[in-house]
Design a binder for this molecule. Structure first.
Ligand code: HGY
Ligand code: MN
Ligand code: MN
Length: 414
């Protein structure tokens, strides 16, 4: 593999959406920078001799022929969009890594039995529509036009309006992948947590992916003058929101041992002025777990806490359930192939679960799926401070190449 090509590609793609002031990356789904990056990916795939197309949703999928094209492809990929002011590797590492696998096979004239497809998903991040992994939900038939009409961004644009006006391709049944259409799906990604670094491991072999249950909460009190409204007469939506946020934290901490995390990452008070008591607050709550049962136990405790706090404070609460994804187990046979590759390459590794959500969650519903993690510095992600070592990128992609070559042999079953 050619690490210089990989680093050049990462730098090229990260020109799209780069913020000079913060050093962060803004490739928000369907915005200009992200669509340019998708186009660039399609051009690089064409240069690598692949058959490339955009699907109706805006994912880019490229295919390398195998010796026997009646066999189901092995798919590699990740997402090309980022969160607001995000990092340089979340998603993009897997997209550039998949492209490098193809370039490696081309450079070494390696013909695989199974065809290989690589994909750059869009809209994996929930940054724009508060729902994640939409591109892979679309290709697995889990995101209908009706679903798209119900998702709106902060400018009131529906996902359907965007997809249908961008018209990157006409809606087609061929966009969808059903059980049996793929041999396997494999995704290289940064860990986005501190475990690999702390345990001094090169590679993470992912066995499970935790999944979120998310809520939108609107609190309504009474906006009034900050100077002339006596404390006992206030209906302050922001102090209610603050008590709720602390309760969310405390409930999740009491379930920490079960792998539960919960976060209030978005709070929007109104009118948000020094001399007015906030009469309204919108907030988003993200609850995650690797088992649905314990996660749902925590979710119901949080729902109860919201009810208790708002009743005591005489604040109106409008709680919208944004949906719960299913935590998934990934394919053990592929994990074992990756383990053998790590042994051959003498890379240290550990089996682990992913706290972050990924497109692999949806792909696992229709085919054997697996993920390969590399460490990121101090586990920081979704931040301009996201950073990885070149040597770690090299090991991650070598592992991806080795696992793919094995997977693409027709006598290898998973
Ligand atoms: O939110 C997540 O887990 C990921 O960044 N989509
Ligand atoms: Mn992310
Ligand atoms: Mn990601």
């Amino acid at each position: 593999m050619n690490i210089d090509t990989v680093m050049n590609h990462l730098n090229t793609f990260n020109n799209y959406g780069y913020d000079e002031e913060t050093g962060g990356i803004n490739r928000i789904a369907f915005r200009h920078a992200e669509r340019l990056a998708a186009l660039k990916f399609s051009m690089l795939c064409q240069e690598a001799g692949l058959e490339v197309h955009f699907d109706y949703f805006g994912n880019v999928i490229a295919r390398r022929k195998g010796k026997d094209n009646t066999l189901p492809p092995v798919m590699l990929g990740s997402h090309i969009d980022t969160v607001k002011d995000g990092g340089r590797y979340d998603g993009l590492l897997g997209v550039v890594g998949a492209l490098q696998v193809i370039q490696h096979l081309n450079e070494h004239q390696i013909a695989t039995d199974h065809p290989i497809e690589i994909v750059a998903f869009t809209c994996e991040e929930s940054a724009r529509f508060n729902k994640s992994t939409l591109g892979s939900k679309y290709i697995t038939g889990n995101l209908s036009a009706e679903d798209m009409k119900k998702l709106t961004d902060d400018r009131g644009k529906t996902l359907f309006h965007l997809v249908d006006t961008l018209k990157q391709s006409m809606p087609s049944e061929n966009d969808f992948y059903h059980k049996g259409d793929l041999k396997a799906y494999l995704e290289l990604h940064i860990e986005q947590g501190p475990i690999l670094q702390n345990k001094h491991k090169d590679i993470g072999i992912v066995t499970h992916i935790a999944a979120p249950h998310r809520y939108k909460l609107k609190l309504t009190g009474e906006t009034s003058h900050s100077g002339s409204t006596p404390m006992p007469m206030r209906k302050d939506a922001l102090t209610a929101a603050s008590e709720i946020a602390l309760q969310v934290e405390s409930i999740a901490q009491s379930h920490h041992q079960e792998g539960i995390v919960a976060t209030v990452g978005y709070v929007q008070p109104f009118p948000n002025m020094m001399n007015a008591i906030p009469g309204e607050v919108k907030m988003l709550i993200d609850v995650r777990g690797k088992e649905a049962e314990s996660r749902e136990q925590v979710a119901s405790e949080i729902e109860q806490a919201i009810k208790t706090i708002t009743e005591r404070r005489n604040i109106e609460a409008d709680l919208e359930d944004l949906g719960a994804d299913t935590p998934v187990s990934l394919n053990p046979q592929i994990a074992n192939i990756t383990e053998e590759v790590c042994e051959e390459l003498d890379y240290s590794y550990r089996f682990m679960f992913s706290g972050a959500g990924h497109d692999a969650m949806n792909m696992a519903l229709i085919c054997p799926a697996s993920m390969i993690f590399i460490p990121c510095k101090d586990g920081v992600s979704h931040s301009p401070k996201e950073s990885v070592e070149v040597s770690e990128i090299e090991k991650g992609i070598q592992t991806l190449i080795g696992t793919t070559i094995e997977l693409a042999k027709k006598d290898v079953t998973v």
